[in-house]
Ligand binder design. Structure first.
Ligand code: CP
Length: 312
């Protein structure tokens, strides 16, 4: 694999390989084994044009745990502020011989364009409302750990689907792994063409509760909507669609909850959900680090070396 830009890039077989290796990596990290020489001599550039806590930090830690040189560039301190274009920024960075560029950008499709101008591998760390493939990977790994398989599982993504790159990437990967994917939320936040990403719309929370093995909550992406169009209001959203104790109790006994983060307590979920034993939200973050270590190794052609080092 040269680039990871879309969940479409991940085959079922590759997912299985990433899943198995991420389990070994997680075990090693839990045993406090945090330094591997797998990417010694390699250089990872984190180039983020939008805010991030989980993705940026976990790619940085992933690179450092694998002994790569990691350079973090934020747009507020780069020459983008002086008017340099995305393509020119990438072409200049590429002359410094990075091996992987992890790119987050507000424009859908930006990673597809820049990959043609550089030699380094590109990881899409989120492009507008389009894709966030490593989030899909870490979500699928978290669920596979919990459920053993996604084959035949019913997964509902609930919230602001139309502006969500996570919803799109999750739906593509989960379906590839055999799950059925549903969406539920306020009409203005539903995808206009759900069939384009292979999901079915549900029309009530009762339906969600009745069928779902997994519910993935999403925040409202206010940064991608004009204030004029935000409907329902946050207060109405919490009341009509927010996950709370009462709605948790309506779910099937084994249904689990995911959220990619950042979450907004009091809007799409409340404290009862965050602290519930059904919540896998913080496990997702731990898994994200291991998955990103595997993804960086994969793009650098070093998964065998990672396995060997872990086996010791
Ligand atoms: N889930 C996710 O992408 O979180 P960050 O925006 O903090 O990276």
């Amino acid at each position: 694999m040269k680039h990871l830009i879309s969940a479409e890039d991940i085959s079922k077989e590759q997912f299985q390989e990433i899943y198995e290796l991420s389990q070994q990596v997680k075990k090693a990290l839990r045993e406090d084994r945090k330094k591997f020489s797998v990417l010694k001599g390699k250089c990872i550039v984190n180039l983020f044009f939008e805010p991030s806590t989980r993705t940026r930090t976990s790619f940085e830690k992933a690179g450092k745990f694998l002994s790569a040189d990691v350079i973090n560039i934020s747009t507020s301190t780069s020459s983008v502020k002086k008017g340099e274009s995305l393509i020119d920024t990438l072409k200049n960075l590429d002359m410094m011989h990075p091996d992987v560029v992890v790119l987050r950008h507000p424009c859908e499709g930006a990673p597809y364009t820049v990959k043609n101008y550089i030699n380094a591998s590109i990881v899409n760390a989120g492009d507008g409302c389009h894709q966030h493939p490593t989030q899909a990977l870490l979500d699928a790994v978290t669920l596979t750990e919990h459920l053993q398989t996604l084959e035949g599982k019913k997964i509902t993504i609930m919230g602001d689907i139309s502006h969500s790159r996570v919803a799109r990437s999750d739906a593509i990967l989960f379906r590839k792994l055999g799950a059925e994917v549903f969406v539920y939320g306020p009409s203005p936040m539903m995808p206009r063409f759900p069939e384009a990403i292979g999901v079915k719309k549900l029309s009530s929370f009762e339906e969600v509760a009745q069928i779902s093995d997994v519910v993935i909550l999403l925040r409202i992406q206010l940064e991608r909507q004009s204030a004029r169009k935000v409907f329902p209001s946050l207060r109405e959203y919490a009341e009509l669609f927010g996950m709370n104790k009462k709605r948790l109790e309506m779910l099937k006994p084994d249904t689990v909850i995911l959220h990619p983060g950042p979450f907004n307590r009091g809007v799409e979920l409340n404290n009862d959900v965050v602290t519930s034993t059904r919540s896998l939200i913080f496990q997702q973050v731990e898994t994200g680090l291991a998955v990103r270590m595997v993804v960086l190794s994969l793009l650098c052609g070093k998964t065998e070396k990672l396995k060997e080092e872990i086996d010791g």
